[in-house]
Design a protein around this ligand. Sequence first.
Ligand SMILES: Cc1ncc(COP(=O)(O)O)c(C=O)c1O
Length: 431
Amino acid sequence: MPGDASGVIPLDISAIRADFPILERTVRDGKPLVYLDSGATSQRPVPVIDAEQEYLTTHHAAVHRGAHQLAEEATDAYEGARARIAGFVGAARPEELVFVKNATEAINLIAYSFGNASIGPDVPGAATRFALGPGDEIVITEMEHHANLVPWQELARRTGATLKWFGLTDDFRLDLSSIDEIITPRTKVVAFTHQSNVLGTVNPVQRLVEAAHRVGALTVLDACQSVPHGPVDVQQLGVDLLAFSGHKMFGPSGVGGLYGRYDLLSAMPPFLTGGSMIEQVFMDHSTYAAPPARFEAGVPMTSQAVGLGAAVDYLETVGMQQVAAHEAELTGLALQQLSALPGIRIIGPSDTVDRGGAVSFVVDGVHAHDVGQILDDNGVAVRVGHHCAWPLHRRYGIAATVRASFALYNTAEEVGALVEAVRDAQRFFSV
Ligand SMILES: Cc1ncc(COP(=O)(O)O)c(C=O)c1O
């Protein structure tokens, strides 16, 4: 396996699977569950469930408020989780990690903050760094999840800035042939995904960051599909802002992370306002707290943050290199076995180079929803549809794809079950 070649020790998958009790259950009249939908949301290991339960049964209170012991313990648990999660993505200090509900909220937070900088200088220096207006440009890509597309469309509409994007090549990569025409001195923001949730394509982050920084633009990386699957280090990547979701990395739902370089977060205007995010409040105006508090208005999601801290501990114990090697092996097998079937088209790169484990495909002659139904009858859970990436599907002239997405708990046998279930669908529909 790739892990052996690189000296990475293969994972003890049965021990890992024992940490995820849900994987033991059966579905659809006794079929063993084959969960291949971790790109949508992952399952949670016992240590994450336990950490949330332990917090709730022994320490829970509103953080950063009460003058009592429980409040102190809750605050310590919350801030401890922040420090560990910030370290996990390579942040220079805990204050560079803002807790958000999910990646969608993180990206909206950035877009609204830039929008607020565009209409009034709330925070000194914000207008010059973040304000956009007519003549300014926001650059995205045609492979974005709607979460990293619609907020930028809206920001462009509100400020009069222009939205531009990189198109895609026929071999499922970003078309960077006109990079200097797309990223120009007018560009203020370049927002793009690390790994496409449909194609599996891993984008050349450093090349895009260099092009953006050369013209003084900020970079926003949607790391939803990368942080759970391999090492991600914000300082090494050089990105300015980065978004990810807890529920895709074995953590709870309702929590995610926004990383931002401290100098940027300190100059960005707030998005949501109210309690906890203030420094001083008068009847007619307020001043704002330093980050991350500035971006965490109201009582935050506390047990979820604690659970996400435990998820990060879990991933670190396994080792992100090991996770990446294991998933690369499964992805390679899936690509090889699916493309060997007649009538299957992989919508994404056909080998594992610069590619993650989202494997989308179409079965000629059968609608993706029908394939999904037969797979489900076989106990194989996948996602079907446009996966919140409608423009990408339009680009390749397809209405919908079937997507199998892997996580560290999947096995080669499960890849086999997927392939067998796809053959069953082909037999059922006589294609
Ligand atoms: C690449 C990418 N970006 C953003 C999101 C949105 O994540 P969430 O719904 O957790 O905010 C997803 C979820 O599928 C995704 O795959």
